[in-house]
Design a protein around this ligand. Structure first.
Ligand SMILES: [Cu+2]
Length: 157
């Protein structure tokens, strides 16, 4: 502590009484300042963590549902339902808390369809869970439907 007091450039200009007060109280003052700084840093870092946690993303996909030729089970090639003229189907990647928007256009021509979000609870948005006639109307050929839901904690199903 004595070294810190010496390092103050104006210390030698102070009166003896002021110096003795400083000698007595400076360690405490510096400790309090250090404590305040650590509290301040802790508060700032807590805010940053909260900000990071509350910053959910929105992920958007455009899925055209089409017939494609594929051999999913290794038996023989045939017409299967694909997305954007591809099979295997593309993954949807999101984090818990994110909003997922999927613009679906049914281009099958002869078949209705929906997307089922197996494994997600879909709390509050069961009308978008894809079970035709149970929780959602079918997306008829030539029509579109936009899925829009927030990813909650998934089940283990
Ligand atoms: Cu399911």
């Amino acid at each position: 502590m004595r070294d810190r007091i010496r390092s103050l450039s104006s210390y030698n200009l102070l009166s003896d009484q002021t110096r003795s007060i400083l000698r007595e109280w400076l360690p405490t003052i510096i400790d309090v300042m250090a404590l305040s700084l650590s509290n301040f840093l802790f508060a700032i870092s807590s805010l940053l963590v909260l900000a990071a946690q509350s910053h959910a993303a929105t992920v958007t996909y455009d899925f055209n549902i089409t017939w494609v030729r594929a051999n999913p089970d290794g038996q023989f090639e045939r017409n299967v339902i694909g997305i954007n003229n591809k099979w295997p189907l593309p993954p949807v990647t999101a984090t818990v808390g994110d909003r997922v928007i999927v613009n679906v256009n049914n281009q099958l021509g002869n078949e209705s369809t929906t997307l089922h979000w197996h494994g997600l609870y879909m709390n509050g948005t069961t009308q978008m869970d894809g079970a035709v006639g149970v929780s959602q109307c079918e997306i008829t050929p030539g029509t579109s439907f936009t899925y829009n839901f927030t990813v909650g904690v998934s089940s283990r199903a």
